[in-house]
Design a protein around this ligand. Sequence first.
Ligand code: COA
Length: 181
Amino acid sequence: MTTPGPTLTTARLTLRPLDEADLDAYATLRFHPDVLPWLAAPPGGGPMEASARILADYATGWRDHGRAPFGVFETASGGHGPMVGYCGLRWLADLGRTDIVWTMHPATQGKGYAPEAARAALDWGFRTLGLDRIGALIRPDNVRSQGVARKIGLALTETLIRPYGERGWWDGRRESWKSAG
Ligand SMILES: CC(C)(COP(=O)(O)OP(=O)(O)OC[C@H]1O[C@@H](n2cnc3c(N)ncnc32)[C@H](O)[C@@H]1OP(=O)(O)O)[C@@H](O)C(=O)NCCC(=O)NCCS
């Protein structure tokens, strides 16, 4: 099955929707011991079962809301090499807001990939989807992720209690968005 959704390209990265063929790579990243503790607890079951449910949720996001996280690949690999991360938008029905998520494989962290991917996803959300507001939900102690938010121009405006714990809401607005270009 091909999941509907665009492909975005930056200088170094290609962002495209994930599908079942990406399950192994997604599970490896999502359950990496240096990544897992920073994210909300995954659905039950082992890594493969939980990741399959997450990818099914992403497919639902594309189908019902026209947004879901993309897989991130190095453009130099033709966009078909190893998945270096994921990044993209989600509709949060309980908040009535769209958030942006980003996670990079530890082997590729510290290269500025998350801000580069996030700029592309935000630009697409503001300009193509026409969203007025997109924010990031970040744990108060996740300074690396807060660094990404600052680099792309998001600002901490609220603290929200989510089902999985306390999160800062790093707010972004279309009216003040400076394009990726
Ligand atoms: C947060 C994350 C996405 C940042 O991605 P990235 O591509 O490394 O982003 P950057 O290269 O811009 O690095 C962000 C900051 O983390 C620092 N950093 C990156 N890798 C690091 C490491 N291994 N150890 C310590 N600091 C590190 C960078 O120096 C940078 O600091 P700065 O903002 O002062 O410049 C990535 O660290 C990650 O996936 N972490 C685990 C999952 C996670 O926290 N996801 C976000 C949930 S809200």
